[in-house]
Design a binder for this molecule. Structure first.
Ligand code: GRF
Length: 214
């Protein structure tokens, strides 16, 4: 992966991950299970949330990972919040930032600092059904196959280059909850695989195309 200035990011055996969360943290839990293996190639060095009192923060604390909470409501406006979020993440000196169920868009200061080395998990097959309700929207549309996507974050809403995707069939009796649970099983495996490969092998982004390697 590259810094905004085009310098390759040092993805070594100790790639430093910061994970941004907003909820249950099942994706974070999968990364925490993987990172205990030194061969995985990456380790979670910090967890940053946009709200207190969520299970994801408990999971981090149980694993002994430092956490920070940067709530939008504690700041006068979104720009100031974004600066604070950027600083909270920068404290951990990440090589790679993973948005794992983080339900806020990051702004220009955050992208300027971490752009090109930030991955987001989305529970739909992008570019279909971007936004906060990807599972609900896919179900309402009536698709027979949906899934999950791992993308490089850019300034748009789930619009960045796609790194990997997995398809998940929609069953006749699915509701949003049952479909999302099945997608999340695939999403956790995909996230762990992609983050590990990006750490061990590197990730090249050329326009909209991505590939593992250096
Ligand atoms: C994931 O499906 C993610 O893609 C979506 O919200 C869910 C978060 O799950 N944005 P968790 O907090 O990791 O359990």
């Amino acid at each position: 992966m590259q810094t905004p200035s085009g310098q390759p990011v040092d993805v070594t055996s100790s790639t430093r991950l910061v994970v941004l969360v907003s909820g249950a943290g099942s994706n974070l839990a999968a990364l925490l299970a993987a990172h205990t293996d030194p061969a995985y190639g990456a380790r979670v060095v910090g967890v940053v949330a946009d709200r207190p009192g969520i299970r994801a923060l408990e999971l981090a604390q149980e694993a002994g990972i430092p956490t920070a909470v940067v709530s939008l409501k504690d700041f006068p406006d979104r720009a100031v919040w974004d600066e604070a979020l950027t600083e909270a993440v920068a404290v951990f000196s990440p090589d790679l930032v993973v948005l794992a169920g983080f339900m806020k868009l990051v702004g220009a200061p955050f992208l300027a600092r971490f752009g090109g080395r930030m991955l987001n998990a989305h529970p739909a097959l992008l570019p279909s059904f971007p936004g906060a309700h990807g599972v609900r929207d896919a179900l309402a549309y009536g698709v027979k196959v949906t899934g999950c996507s791992l993308i490089v974050v850019d300034e748009g809403v789930d619009s960045g280059p796609i790194v990997a995707q997995v398809a998940v069939p929609v069953e006749d009796d699915d509701d949003e909850a049952s479909l999302h649970e099945r997608i999340k099983v695939a999403e956790r495996a995909l996230l762990v695989d992609v983050v590990g490969r990006a750490a061990r092998e590197g990730l090249v982004v050329e326009g909209r195309r991505t590939r593992f390697g250096r």
